[in-house]
Design a protein around this ligand. Structure first.
Ligand code: FDM
Length: 215
């Protein structure tokens, strides 16, 4: 496990509001990379398969109530429990394409506006995790995603809350982010995703240094 400069896989993260098409684009990117001979796997957070993930799932489907801080810490813990495996895969030259990551962790909690859960506090509990080499942000208004099928089934799928989440995501953007209009066709979006992702994968394989949150 190393943050130094040796050939490695890339950490590519998709972010955006609920129902913006992230999952579809993750799958298509993994398929494309594999067809090019790149070792790539898709992950998603929350990972609902672990015991922490099951507690998160109960919270998201509103089968349980949790203090906002506890929910935040569980989402972070759900990434921490995968940290070693992430680093192992990356150093073994596997590219990880991840459907949501720490950026969602910060944006969704900060959007709640709870005074003791500031943006800085939210970021602090993610320290220790690798930073994404590329964040592909699927840009779509909360109103447009709400019009899509299946919206409104889970805790955070409410237009006014999603608008706050979009603002919080904006505050997290840096030079590693690529903002892609998520309102196009699946194939158009995929071409744009490939254009930003492929060079990042090649740079990682050539030995670009892996960053840390929140350097
Ligand atoms: N979510 C996701 C958080 O609030 N914090 C996090 O750290 C992560 C990774 O959980 F509403 C929210 C975002 C979304 C929900 O939904 C997960 P999907 O459909 O599994 O992405």
């Amino acid at each position: 496990v190393s943050y130094g400069q040796s050939s490695r896989g890339a950490l590519i993260v998709f972010e955006g509001g609920d129902r913006c098409g992230k999952t579809t684009q993750c799958r298509k990117l993994v398929e494309r990379l594999r067809s090019q001979g790149v070792d790539a796997v898709m992950w998603r957070f929350p990972d609902r398969s672990t015991s922490i993930g099951q507690a998160i799932n109960a919270y998201l489907v509103e089968q349980s109530h949790m203090d906002d801080a506890v929910a935040h810490l569980l989402f972070a813990a759900n990434r921490m429990e995968k940290r070693e495996e992430m680093l192992r895969l990356l150093s073994g030259r596997t590219t990880l394409v991840v459907d949501r990551y720490s950026y969602s962790g910060v944006a969704y909690t900060a959007a709640k506006g709870v005074p003791h859960l500031s943006m800085d506090y939210c970021r602090a509990v993610e320290v220790g995790l690798p930073a994404a080499d590329l964040v592909i942000f699927m840009d779509m208004t909360a109103e447009a995603t709400a019009a899509r099928g299946g919206y409104g089934q889970e805790r955070y799928e409410k237009v006014d809350f999603q608008q706050k989440v979009m603002k919080a995501f904006e505050a997290l953007r840096d030079e590693r982010w690529a903002v892609i209009d998520a309102s196009g066709t699946i194939d158009d979006i995929h071409q744009k995703v490939a254009a930003v992702a492929e060079p990042v994968v090649q740079r990682a394989l050539a030995g670009s240094a892996l960053g840390r949150l929140w350097d």
